[in-house]
Design a binder for this molecule. Structure first.
Ligand SMILES: Nc1ncnc2c1ncn2[C@@H]1O[C@H](COP(=O)(O)OP(=O)(O)O)[C@@H](O)[C@H]1O
Ligand SMILES: [Mg+2]
Length: 264
C-alpha cells in the first residue's frame, strides 16, 4: 500500500464493500460500497423503497447482511452486535421509544450515562451514585438546549424537543460516529431548523451518518450525500453535484421531484 492509499483509508470512519441484503430472494440492498469520511455529516437519500432503512439497519447491526463487509475505523465489524459496535464508538441514535416516558428528561440522560459506565445493573442501588452524574447530565442537556426541560416528565415534552433528548442520550455514549434515522421526520419548520443547528453543532468533533428525506436539511448541513435507488448507489457527491445530476433527478421523478428541487 502506498502512503497515499494508507492516508485515504485512515480518513474513512466507515466503509462498506459489496453490501447485499436479500429478503427471501428480493434484493433490497444490492452491492453497496459506502465510504464515510471522518468528520463529515454524510446523508443517505433516495426515493421511497430505495433501501435506505435496510442499509441503515445493516450498518447499525440490526440486520445481518446476506453478503459484503462493513469496516469501522478499518476494522471488520460485519459479524458484531449493536452493543459491541457501540463500545467501539459507533452509536445509533436511540429512538424516542427507547427513552423512558415517565422519567424526567434529566433522569433519562443519567440512565444513558450509566449505560456508558457499564453499571446499569446497579443503577437503582443508591440515589447518591445517580446524583454524582447530575452534573454531566446537565452539561449534556445544556449542549442540546434542553436545560430548562430537565425536571419535566419526558412524555410531556413537545415532540420537536424529544429528538434533542434522543441526541443527548446518544451523546452520553460519546460516539465517534453517530447514526441518525430521519432526525427531522414529522417536524414543523421551527423544530427542523433547531435540530439542523443541533446536528451541525454536535458534529464538531465527530462523524455523522443520517438517513434524511428533507432536502433543506441535506443541502443545509450535509458535506456528502449518497443517493440510493433500487438498492444500489446511484450517485455520490456534495449537494450541488447530486442535485444537478440528471440520473438523480430522474430517479426522483414523481412524488418527490418537487422535494429535490425545493431545496435550491
Ligand atoms: N423485512 C423485509 N422483508 C421483505 N422486504 C423488505 C423488508 N424490508 C424492506 N423490504 C423491501 O426492501 C425495499 C427497500 O426498503 P427500505 O429499505 O425500507 O427502503 P427506504 O427506506 O429507502 O424507503 C422495499 O422494496 C421494501 O419493500
Ligand atoms: Mg425508510
Amino acid at each position: 500500500m502506498t502512503d497515499k492509499t494508507a492516508q485515504a483509508a485512515d480518513d474513512l470512519i466507515l466503509e462498506t464493500a459489496g453490501l447485499v441484503k436479500e429478503f427471501r430472494g428480493f434484493v433490497a440492498v444490492d452491492g453497496v460500497n459506502l465510504k464515510i469520511r471522518r468528520g463529515d455529516i454524510h446523508a443517505l437519500i433516495g426515493p421511497n423503497g430505495a433501501g435506505k432503512t435496510t442499509c441503515f439497519n445493516l450498518l447499525t447491526k440490526f440486520l445481518q447482511p446476506t453478503r459484503g463487509r462493513i469496516l469501522f475505523k478499518g476494522q471488520d465489524i460485519t459479524g458484531e452486535s449493536p452493543q459491541c459496535i457501540a463500545r467501539k464508538g459507533m452509536v445509533r441514535s436511540f429512538q424516542i421509544s427507547a427513552v423512558f416516558p415517565h422519567m424526567t428528561v434529566l433522569e433519562n440522560v443519567r440512565v444513558a450515562l450509566q449505560r456508558k459506565l457499564g453499571t446499569s445493573f446497579h443503577f437503582w442501588k443508591s440515589d447518591r451514585s445517580l446524583d454524582c452524574l447530575n452534573e454531566r447530565a446537565m452539561a449534556l442537556l445544556a449542549e442540546v438546549g434542553l436545560e430548562s426541560y430537565a425536571r419535566m416528565v419526558t412524555v410531556e415534552m413537545p415532540y420537536g424537543r424529544k429528538r434533542a433528548l434522543e441526541i443527548a442520550t446518544t451523546l452520553a455514549l460519546d460516539p465517534e460516529l453517530m447514526l441518525l434515522d430521519e432526525p427531522t421526520q414529522g417536524m414543523g419548520l421551527e423544530d427542523v431548523e433547531r435540530v439542523m443547528a443541533l446536528i451541525k453543532k454536535v458534529s464538531a468533533n465527530r462523524s455523522i451518518l443520517m438517513v434524511e428525506h428533507n432536502m433543506k436539511v441535506v443541502s443545509g448541513i450535509c458535506d456528502r450525500i449518497t443517493v440510493l435507488a433500487r438498492g444500489a448507489v446511484l450517485a455520490e457527491g456534495d449537494y450541488a453535484e447530486v442535485s444537478s445530476n440528471p440520473v438523480v433527478i430522474e430517479a426522483y421523478m414523481g412524488s418527490e421531484a418537487a422535494e429535490l428541487a425545493g431545496a435550491h
